[in-house]
Design a protein around this ligand. Structure first.
Ligand SMILES: [Zn+2]
Length: 347
């Protein structure tokens, strides 16, 4: 098969298109013909650069959450799965730690990743544990599934798993036009919440409103806390999705929380160290929740709703495997705002 192999860590040039032996599915594994896999800054680029924690010995094929067709199954896997259209969940939980055994696999202590610790999706084929391959609705395209996989399951984990959002609650999503932010807006709406989109620009606010947010606030030009109080009739929001951690915007978002409110976070690209009003936290009995990853049901929910069109995953550019370098450069130099999908069956 053709695969983009990393033999030594580095920039995009570390990826080399090579002919290698097609992997065979082992016990409990399936072989997937990859039809779509995304390119991500904080994951793939950093993995190629050797910055991912606990990476295996090289050579490595990077590329997480590929979508494609099961073309072969290994021993002890139901043969009827051949021909299934699937999305592969890259995060493999250990199944043995205390958290896995108590049904909290999203918090597994020893999770490993396809595309970091074992070969991933920048190849014509990838062998993965059968349990990682989740069936797709016929109505959902491979590219859309790969993009949906990127942020929707994490949005479900934040809003449903961690913050426990209830229908009718107020949710403020910060960075609402970003990848995870726009997923949070859509998932919160689908859960029946009333959504306020906070974004740093008029166009970004408009984009979040187009995705279904009920209200939009440009936090660069408006007083975020005052506007939230106004919109919510003085009470504040029940949940803040704060995936930025910028010291200049975090305090206003935190101050927007209602009594018993929850702030949930899975991101810190805005700096990561922020002032927190601890007096407010205890006086209003609030909680700050960390969230990372997702569990299988988050993926199932995400794919189900992407399949019916209730959640919209936007594919911005599809490139063949041979143009992966170009994709890496576009992402690295921030020349593309949306998602690039690689199709390894196209050369
Ligand atoms: Zn575990």
């Amino acid at each position: 098969m053709k695969a983009m192999i990393v033999r030594s860590y580095g920039g995009p040039e570390a990826l080399r298109l090579e002919d290698v032996e097609t992997p065979r599915p082992g016990i409990g594994e399936v072989l997937v013909a990859v039809r779509a896999v995304t390119v991500n800054r904080t994951r793939d680029l950093n993995v190629v650069a050797g910055q991912a924690a606990g990476s295996e010995a090289l050579p490595l094929v990077v590329g997480q959450d590929p979508a494609g067709d099961i073309v072969e199954v290994g021993p002890s896997v139901d043969k009827s799965r051949v021909g299934s259209r699937v999305i592969v969940s890259s995060r493999i939980t250990c199944g043995e730690c205390d958290l896995c055994r108590s049904g909290r696999g999203s918090d597994c202590r020893k999770a490993r990743h396809i595309g970091i610790h074992r070969w991933g999706g920048y190849a014509e084929y990838v062998a993965v544990p059968a349990s990682q391959a989740i069936e797709l609705a016929d109505s959902l395209g491979y590219a859309e599934a790969a993009v949906a996989m990127r942020h929707f399951p994490m949005a479900y984990q934040q809003l449903r798993g961690k913050a426990g959002v209830q229908a009718g609650e107020w949710v403020l999503v910060m960075g609402a036009s970003g990848g995870l932010g726009s997923a949070c807006v859509q998932v919160a709406k689908l859960m029946g919440a009333k959504v306020i989109a906070g974004a740093g620009g008029e166009e970004r606010v408009a984009a979040a409103l187009a995705l279904g947010a009920d209200f939009g606030i440009n936090y660069r030009t408006e007083n975020l806390t005052d506007r939230v109080r106004e919109i919510t009739g003085g009470s504040g929001v029940d949940v803040v999705c704060e995936n930025i951690s910028d010291p200049t915007t975090f305090p206003a978002a935190f101050a927007s929380l209602a009594i018993m409110g929850r702030l949930v976070t899975a991101g810190a690209h805005g700096g990561g160290t922020v002032p927190v009003d601890m007096k407010q936290l205890y006086q209003k009995r609030q909680r700050i929740l960390g969230s990372a990853g997702h569990d299988t049901d988050d993926i199932v929910q995400a794919m189900l709703n992407a399949g019916t069109g209730s959640l919209k995953a936007k594919v911005d550019l599809v490139l063949p495997l041979s143009r992966l370098h170009e994709a890496f450069h576009l992402v690295h130099e921030r020349k593309i705002a949306g998602k690039i999908v690689i199709d390894p069956q196209a050369m």
